[in-house]
Design a protein around this ligand. Structure first.
Ligand code: PLP
Length: 455
């Protein structure tokens, strides 16, 4: 047997074993207690599938870290990186480069409103760092508001904006970030009984937070248009429009973090496109912009904020801002996504296969408390008790039940994105009907494990 990358099964196994041994000796992993992990080796990938170190094929319902929107090894993106490498591997950011210019044009063409200037970074956290820096300099204010249920990245400002518990060991209480509660019907902070109430009360809470913090001290509100890692909660109608209004009222910059939700994930180019007429002042992106074939992120900037730096220098930059290999990958990715109808495919599979398929699972599995999402961006909220909504793992932690469900999926050939008590179904946007059904069928089997833990 030969893998898609041409390796024989035996060669792949040997390479995987050596890679694992070196990894455990020399590689220091993110977010982990180093001695307690047993990372999986991946030797090959193609489309929606990956191959592990033992030669098993797995359906990638995680898109790695929700970034391979175009799938693995898309031939046009691979060719573009190869061609760019042969042409010009690297240039410093102060020089003009055709790959960077064209990527900026294609991104600006897709972003909402007039977000027509693009500052490139190497990833999402840096994009958030720079968006906040721009907002602070533009407004002359320091404080930034963010949701508790959020993830914005691992660098200093980004991790302090983050609500999830990964912030706690990094939070010295002096970052200038204030957290608030956003709308989340299933676990409402606002005792709301419908979406209209949830939206109105969440907006009132936000405006109260601003009043008590001092409107003149707040530079920006940072929001994931649809929160990803924190649970894929599509905001109720009116919420983001209300945030826009509040920002306008108090002269606060609205930063939409589309690092995970952007570039097709929700079935539109950006998640904020689901909310007509809402345009942020800054939009951060990464991941799906080139599916992570080469690290890339950035900030799309409104004319007013860009103009703040027409006659005074923007005090920030990176050696690899707009790196040719990364931006050439973006040009190929965005072009292929348009030519092949990949965003439309994400919307169609979500509406016709994944949404109905997952809701149908909820009818049969008492461990599913809620199914929510859109496009290829879905979460299953697993609970011990549907009545009390007690989660199958506590906030910020895992549990034997979650570990067993995830292991059952993996044993049956399915990789998922997992957070606390949630399974996230986030396959590449290119996924076809048969592949989506294959994954749902594996979930169906694996959830019988979770059902055993329900009351
Ligand atoms: N913002 C959001 C919404 C994210 O989901 C992530 C990563 O998952 C980030 C920022 C950070 O991106 P990166 O890991 O590329 O720094």
């Amino acid at each position: 047997m030969t893998l898609p990358n041409g390796l024989t099964a035996e060669d792949a196994r040997r390479a995987a074993s050596r890679a694992y041994e070196l990894d455990r000796r020399h590689v220091f992993h993110s977010w982990s207690a180093q001695a307690r992990i047993d990372p999986m080796t991946i030797t090959a990938a193609q489309g929606c599938y990956v191959w592990d170190g033992d030669g098993n094929r797995l359906l990638d319902f995680s898109s790695q870290l929700v970034n391979t929107n175009i799938g693995h090894q898309h031939p046009k993106v691979v060719a573009a990186v190869r061609e760019q490498a042969a042409k010009l591997c690297t240039v410093a950011p102060q020089y003009v480069n055709d790959a960077r210019s064209e990527a900026a044009r294609l991104i600006a063409e897709r972003t909402p409103g007039e977000l027509n200037k693009i500052f490139f970074t190497n990833g999402g956290a840096e994009a958030v760092e720079h968006a906040v820096r721009m907002a602070r300099l533009h407004t002359g204010r320091h404080k930034v508001l963010a949701r508790y249920r959020s993830y914005h990245g691992g660098t200093e400002t980004a991790i302090n904006l983050t609500g999830d518990p990964r912030r706690w060991p990094n939070d010295h209480g002096n970052s200038g970030v204030v957290h608030f509660f956003g709308p989340f019907r299933y676990r409402s902070q606002f005792y709301a009984s419908d979406d209209t109430e949830e939206s109105a009360r969440a907006l009132a809470h936000l405006e109260q937070t601003i009043a008590f913090e001092g409107p003149g001290t707040i530079a920006a509100i940072v929001l994931e248009s649809v929160p990803g890692t924190a649970g894929i909660m599509v905001p109720p109608p009116g919420y983001l429009a209300g945030v826009r209004e509040i920002c306008d009222k108090y002269g606060i910059v609205f930063i939409a973090d589309e690092v995970m939700s952007g570039f097709g994930r929700t079935g539109k180019w950006f998640a904020i496109d689901h909310f007509e007429g809402v345009t942020p002042d800054l939009l951060t992106f990464a991941k799906g912009v080139n599916s992570g074939y080469v690290p890339l992120g950035g900030v799309a900037i409104s004319p007013a904020i860009a103009a703040s730096f027409d006659d005074r220098p923007y005090p920030g930059g990176l050696t690899y801002s707009g790196h040719p290999l990364a931006t050439a990958a973006a040009v190929a990715t965005l072009t292929a996504m348009r030519d092949e109808g990949i965003v439309e495919n994400a919307a169609d599979i979500g509406a016709r296969v994944l949404g109905p398929g997952l809701h149908e699972l909820a009818e049969r599995h008492p461990s599913i408390g809620e199914v929510r999402g859109t496009g290829v961006f879905w979460a299953l909220e697993l609970v011990r008790d549907r009545t009390t909504r007690e989660p199958l793992a506590p906030y910020g932690d895992t549990s034997p039940a979650m570990t067993e469900v995830v292991a059952a999926c993996r044993a049956a050939g399915l990789l998922l994105f997992v957070n606390f008590n949630r399974l996230h179904v986030v396959p590449p946007c290119i996924i076809n009907e048969a592949e989506a059904k294959e994954g749902v069928a594996i979930l169906d089997q694996a959830l019988t494990v979770a059902d055993r833990y329900t009351v």
